[in-house]
Design a protein around this ligand. Sequence first.
Ligand code: NAD
Ligand code: MLT
Length: 315
Amino acid sequence: MTFPADRPVVLIAEELAPAALEVLADDFDVRHVDGTDRPALLSALAEANAIIVRSATKVDAEAIAAAPRLKVVARAGVGLDNVETAAATARGVMVVNAPTSNIVSAAEQAVALLLAVARHTASASAALKNGEWKRSKYTGIEIAGKTVGVVGLGRIGVLFAQRMAAFGTRLIAYDPYIQPARAAALGVRLVGLDELLAESDFISIHLPKTPETVGLIGAKELHQVKPTVRIVNAARGGLIDEAALAEALAEGRVAGAGIDVYSKEPCTASPLFAFDNVVVTPHLGASTAEAQDKAGLAVARSVKLALQGEFVPDA
Ligand code: NAD
Ligand code: MLT
């Protein structure tokens, strides 16, 4: 099907892969807006038939109400916590995402953070570039033989676990929605959260952000871990209570952390930034050329199908 001369408006609210923009430009009036500039977003939505976002744009009830022509909200990535799906559904607006587009990249980012925390890579690099040749200060720990606790054994948690298995680790996971047989087939033992906290040398979080998971690792949980534990969060800010983590680091109850995501983003100041044993990245889990191409092309296809009124299969 081709679209009429008066082409549907597809609003791009965050950076999208050039390949996806090319695909969209063939059929649509592609417009750009900074999704974090709320007045500009609400005004641009007035004419939008579709909007494509990543994680920074809040597509909530107010945004949906500002978009009378809206047919589809497309999330170029996995997490849908920035989209009020209930409000969209109530208005008959379809919500699509690209659930497998960046899972390898996100799992690799968690592994990279874990390794960087274990070997002080970021601090040692910064120190050396500052003219400091310090070897004993940056003595790390091996990964082999350690217990790695995976919180959330979904798509990314599984890819992360498979990669950590290659390091010769013992893998345990907390995920009440996964069958023990499935975990066992992956070489992972399912445990309760208390057991995971008490036994893990490394903990990596791979949960969606939901009312149930926010603050899952809070002050109480951070009193249950080994003082040698290193914690990685490349899933969503707020799953670990940042203030409680900073307190645990300050009191030596946690040995290090690798953090990609923050409860408020963009985040340019955090108590966590004060610690040498904390490696931070600005939500880069999906920021690879491959993941961006896959996410962008997947949502471009879904938007096209949705605006044609066709069935949209899982991207
Ligand atoms: P998924 O849905 O495949 O897996 C999530 C797992 O969490 C599921 O197995 C589910 O059973 C489990 N879970 C849900 N609630 C739970 C709870 N209360 N306790 C324990 N386990 C629970 O999702 P995924 O593809 O693995 O992605 C996970 C999250 O990673 C996404 O929702 C997104 O927020 C985040 N993510 C971040 C980046 C990044 O750039 N840093 C990139 C991609 C995804
Ligand atoms: C996701 O959930 O897919 C990630 O947060 C990636 C992103 O949008 O950058």
